[in-house]
Ligand binder design. Structure first.
Ligand SMILES: C[S@@+](CC[C@H](N)C(=O)[O-])C[C@H]1O[C@@H](n2cnc3c(N)ncnc32)[C@H](O)[C@@H]1O
Length: 269
């Protein structure tokens, strides 16, 4: 890389630096499903997916997983062990399945935040909770830059959200930062399925899911992205190491439905 020597940079030097910055960002690529794209395009691509599916998100979840996502979430809620008065942050909360349960458990003395980067998903989640009589603070925010102080929450959860994030390592560091010492992070995500199930699972993912997506949500591409993004997501052991690298301790995981999903938990000590 060339360096400008002058203390006050000349216009030519400024242009050179701008070009270098452009080149720098052009070389930072990431995955969007199986596609390789520029890092700064991923947020928009992911946003398109969730704006498109938000209104049919819940019905599609039930259909695609034959209701299994409810069992995985119930397990996550049990492992969270939220008690009255707890402060809880649900990241990438979407339509709010976890936040709803946490708000009921934390009660009036507690504080449960419903957050997501996507306005369509967040609106759907907020309305759903309001319809259940649950009024929770709701915030549009990026998990990679959480607008909360250090050491604030007793629990932080992210269900099926980490996979969509560009800098997963940065998001994990942020999740740890906002946890109180002794607080627990719960990451529920699709994971690596057990070998005997791989073939039928692939067949299901790449033919049935896009077909269902087209029929129900009018959008096959978003569900093709879902199948691809699951394959590109770190497996159980890799995610465990990533959480440890982010500074979490006592990291463990539970395979759910033969690894179709996995719940990873870690403590901030
Ligand atoms: C598959 S939905 C999960 C919704 C909900 N947690 C559930 O389990 O049903 C994934 C969510 O992650 C959100 N998301 C993606 N990238 C994000 C980011 N960087 N920060 C916060 N939320 C993000 C999307 O907007 C979307 O609502």
């Amino acid at each position: 890389m060339q360096v400008c020597a002058a203390t006050v940079a000349s216009p030519a030097c400024i242009m050179m630096l701008q070009n270098q910055n452009k080149l720098g960002s052009m070389t930072n690529t990431t995955h969007f499903g199986y596609k390789t794209i520029q890092e700064d395009e991923k947020v928009q691509e992911v946003a398109k997916v969730f704006h498109s599916v938000a209104s049919k998100y819940d019905v599609m979840n039930d259909l695609m997983s034959a209701g299994l996502h409810r069992v995985w979430k119930a397990f996550t809620i049990a492992q969270a062990g939220v008690r009255p008065g707890f402060k809880v942050l649900d990241i990438a909360a979407g339509t709010g399945d976890l936040a709803k349960a946490f708000a009921q458990q934390a009660g009036h003395a507690g504080e449960v935040w419903l957050t997501d980067i996507n306005e369509s998903m967040l609106r759907a989640g907020r309305d759903r909770l309001l319809n259940k009589g649950l009024v929770t603070p709701t915030l549009l925010c990026d998990a990679e830059k959480l607008p909360f102080p250090d050491n604030y929450f007793d629990r932080v959860s992210v269900a099926f959200g980490l996979r969509n994030m560009t800098h997963k390592d940065q998001a994990l560091v942020e999740m740890r930062r906002v946890l109180k010492p002794g607080g627990k992070l719960l990451v529920l995500e699709f994971s690596k399925v057990a070998v005997p199930l791989q073939k039928p699972y692939d067949l299901y993912s790449f033919s049935v899911l896009p077909w269902l997506g087209q029929r129900i949500a009018g959008d096959a591409d978003s569900y093709r992205y879902l199948a691809e993004s699951i394959r590109m997501h770190p497996d159980q052991e890799t995610l465990k190491t990533m959480m440890e690298t982010a500074g979490l301790e006592r990291v463990q995981y539970y395979n759910l439905t033969a690894g179709v999903a996995a719940l990873h938990t870690g403590i901030k000590l």
